[in-house]
Design a protein around this ligand. Structure first.
Ligand SMILES: Cc1cc2nc3c(=O)[nH]c(=O)nc-3n(C[C@H](O)[C@H](O)[C@H](O)COP(=O)(O)O)c2cc1C
Length: 259
């Protein structure tokens, strides 16, 4: 029978989730689990597929209603706050089996906006852990997306028009990096063409950010490879054609996508 919450419960006392700075009762059945009733024809085959459990790489999710990464542009210095505890906590309490925390910049230069979430320093671990510590006791799993926004760095949030932030308002147009010196379009900064050294610094940034995410208890890590951000822009056919190394059979600067 083991050590399940079910066995530890008494008729009159809820069992606490261990290791938290607050009391929350252990769930006997993870919230968001379909309750099957085969005698009445309710089986995994007859329920809606969204509620069929799924196991991927040893992690079991009780349903497939997962929250996509969604930037909130609401951080100071990349730190998650009470806002994020409430924001992500609401999905956990409403039973999404996997909640993806918004894109977090792996380097300071990799922020899309100055208010992006970040994981570029060890100081970001504790605020992220607070969010994870609310998600886990609700029987849900936590993912985070790691990001470098590449040529799209240094703009204001969408509700301010995604315009380049001037230096005097905390902008960092001169630090923007890309695979070549071509801007995304005229509204964005002209990036510096990344050197191999900068590319390896960034790859290392991804590695360190992943380590920090794991230290905070994150279950799943996603790499942002879309939206014209850094990894995406290196994978563009226009950029690939620019790299002679590829012709020579190596990955050259494209190691950023592979590593
Ligand atoms: C407010 C908002 C913020 C988003 N931020 C991100 C993000 O951080 N990373 C990402 O890959 N996609 C982001 N997206 C895209 C969503 O993750 C998702 O892919 C998109 O909404 C399409 O999914 P849907 O058809 O279920 O809405 C964002 C979308 C919204 C609405």
């Amino acid at each position: 029978m083991g050590d399940s919450a079910e066995n530890q419960y008494t008729d009159f006392r809820s069992v606490a989730v261990d290791g938290l700075p607050f009391f929350t009762p252990k769930q006997r059945i993870p919230v968001g689990t379909a309750i099957l009733d085969p005698e009445n024809g309710i089986t995994e085959e007859t329920i809606t597929p969204a509620f069929r459990p799924i196991t991927i790489r040893g992690k079991t999710f009780q349903n497939r209603i997962w929250v996509a990464p969604m930037c909130m542009y609401s951080c100071q210095d990349g730190m998650l706050s009470d806002f994020h505890v409430a924001h992500y906590g609401q999905w956990a309490m409403r039973s999404s089996a996997l909640i993806t925390i918004e894109a977090a910049a792996v380097t300071l230069r990799g922020r899309n906006t100055p208010q992006d979430a970040g994981l570029w320093s060890d100081n970001h671990i504790a605020p992220l852990k607070r969010v994870v510590d609310l998600i886990h006791p609700q029987s849900q799993k936590a993912a985070i997306q790691l990001q470098h926004a590449g040529r799209k760095c240094g703009v204001c949030p969408p509700w301010l028009g995604l315009r380049l932030v001037p230096d005097e308002f905390g902008g960092y147009a001169k630090d923007v990096q890309g695979p070549t010196a071509e801007p995304w379009n005229e509204n964005y900064a002209t990036p510096g063409e990344m050197t191999e050294e900068e590319i390896w610094e960034t790859i290392n940034g991804y590695g360190q950010a992943a380590r920090r995410a794991v230290a905070a208890g994150i279950d799943v890590i996603a790499i942002h490879g879309a939206h014209g951000y850094l990894v995406h822009s290196f994978a563009s056919p226009a950029i690939v054609a620019a790299y002679k190394e590829l012709e020579a059979g190596g990955f050259g600067k494209l190691c950023i996508c592979v590593e």
